[in-house]
Design a protein around this ligand. Structure first.
Ligand code: UT7
Length: 354
């Protein structure tokens, strides 16, 4: 039977590291609040002009090298992002051109924080169906486009300018602080390959969506419900910036991630002690600690990197995977549980045998 294995991974972290204290220059927040409530200590931002496809390309090149293949081997691309370079086409086509791939199909998927797990299920299904043998799966995001700060605020925050925000700008920036402090930019990729080896590859993917609560985390403006789809009034209202009911999302995330983990483990008759590693979406360290405790997973089996990168949406799980793989924490025979929750609402849990 053909199965899909993760054969290599790569990631790209943009150069500009921004600490919590730097954010506090342009809004009413503090290092203490951000660390305590979310676990984030810093995040990285791209410089103006970099697109999500650019982060994806660098990460993909590293994943291709790591897998020991060439770009010519790739016969399918799946690009998961909620922050594409353009409204259309998606980032997959741009990545295909920049990497010089053959004219292979490129899917763009937008399941936000669960994009990687949805993409992995798609890659697995394509491989099992015999439609592809080598899939490039990318998760990348540039959240800086959501940030409400003016160009002058940016310079001041980064320590490159000496004009502080006006009181009105400071108040405007503070309105979005519960959201903006959490996110960072990053790209990560994996190469998923067909194998006929027994007992390896994606064991099972469990995916769920519930659109009923979509408005707990969404972008109210700049969509085609509006005519025109974007206009200055929407920007004046701040409708281009996501709305997030943090407490509601926190509750849904913990409930769903615990339930999905238990469901995928039960239906595959896997016990917690048989898992080598659990990689959870990095939205809030407290969410993950809560889930870890409820599931009874020891600290030694859980990796976090939210303190360094913040929430990088579709990139969080492949980024963790890449760090784990390069640190020798992902080795042949290991059973790894991947679990995520995000806007949609979407959530899922995937079991992978390395
Ligand atoms: O990838 C999936 C997407 N997102 C998530 O999973 C997010 C899930 N939710 C969360 O992570 C948390 O709800 C947050 C980190 C967003 C917020 O933490 P919280 O403990 O739920 O805080 P809260 O929203 O209840 O706010 C508590 C207080 C409020 O002040 P008052 O009303 O008590 O005076 C907020 O105004 O904290 C204030 N606050 C802040 N203070 C300083 C909110 N954001 C900030 C901030 N700095 N950045």
């Amino acid at each position: 039977m053909t199965r899909a294995v993760i054969a290599g991974s790569g990631s790209e972290i943009p150069p500009t590291r921004v600490s919590n204290a730097m954010l506090a220059r342009v809004m009413d927040t503090s290092d203490e609040w951000i660390r305590e409530r979310s676990g984030v200590e810093a995040r990285h931002y791209v410089e103006r002009g970099t697109g999500t496809s650019d982060l994806g390309v660098v990460a993909a090149r590293r994943a291709i090298d790591h897998a020991g293949i060439t770009p010519a081997d790739i016969d399918l691309v799946v690009f998961a992002t909620m922050t594409p370079d353009h409204f259309f086409p998606g980032a997959g086509a741009l990545l295909q051109a920049k990497l010089g791939l053959r004219e292979v199909p490129c899917f763009d998927i937008r399941q936000q924080c669960v994009g990687f797990l949805y993409g992995l299920q798609l890659a697995d299904a394509q491989i099992r169906a015999g439609l592809a043998r080598t899939v490039l799966l990318v998760g990348a995001e540039i959240h800086t486009g959501f940030m409400p700060w003016t160009a002058t605020n940016w310079e001041y925050m980064l320590g490159r300018g000496d004009v502080p925000p006006t009181p009105e700008e400071f108040a405007w920036n503070t309105r979005f602080r519960h959201l903006t402090v959490l996110f960072g930019d990053a790209g990560a990729a994996v190469v998923v390959r067909a194998t006929e080896e027994p007992r390896r590859g994606v064991v099972d993917s469990l995916l769920h969506t519930s659109g009923a609560e979509y408005d707990k985390l969404y972008v109210p403006g700049t969509g085609f419900k509006h005519r025109p789809y974007t206009d200055p009034e929407q920007f004046k209202r701040g409708d281009h910036i996501p709305v997030m009911d943090g407490r509601a999302v926190f509750k849904m995330a913990t409930t769903s991630m615990i339930a999905a983990s238990q469901e995928v483990l039960t239906r595959n008759e896997v016990r917690i002690d048989e898992l080598s590693l659990v990689l959870m979406h990095q939205a809030n360290k407290r969410i993950n600690e809560y889930c870890q405790k409820a599931l009874g997973i020891p600290d030694s089996k859980v990796l976090h990197n939210i303190e360094r990168y913040g929430n990088t949406t579709a990139a969080t799980i492949p980024l963790l995977w890449d760090e784990a793989a390069r640190a020798g924490r992902v080795t042949a025979g290991d059973l790894v549980l991947l679990v995520a929750f995000g806007a949609g609402m979407n959530w899922g849990a995937t079991l992978v045998r390395v």
